[in-house]
Design a protein. Structure first.
Length: 103
């Protein structure tokens, strides 16, 4: 996997805003593709767009596809796996937001 830059997104969940970091050194199917944390004030100043979690779902599919991964399956099955991985990451973001905002 070639190193890419990390992508950062300010995502709004029902529990509050979180910073989602899509790691550039991971493939789309890696379990640790996304990191979720509370944004610092400096990060808030540099991120001008907030994205609701539901709207972020489409972006997450794009990110998993773009990051790729070595999965030798048919195109149809690959599409299903990409969508499932994106959904899994969205659930992870929501759980992390709840944990971070109730701590």
């Amino acid at each position: 996997m070639t190193d890419r830059h990390d992508d950062r997104f300010l995502v709004v969940t029902e529990h509050g805003r979180v910073l989602v970091v899509v790691r550039g050194d991971r493939s789309g199917f890696d379990n640790d593709l996304v990191e979720v944390r509370l944004p610092s004030s400096d990060e808030l100043n540099h991120l001008s767009v907030e994205t609701p979690l539901r709207a972020f779902a489409a972006k997450m599919v794009e990110l998993v596809q773009a990051r790729g991964g070595d999965v030798p399956v048919s195109n149809g099955l690959r599409d299903m796996l990409v969508k499932e991985k994106a959904a899994e990451d969205l659930r992870r973001i929501e759980r992390a937001a709840k944990r971070l905002h109730t701590a």
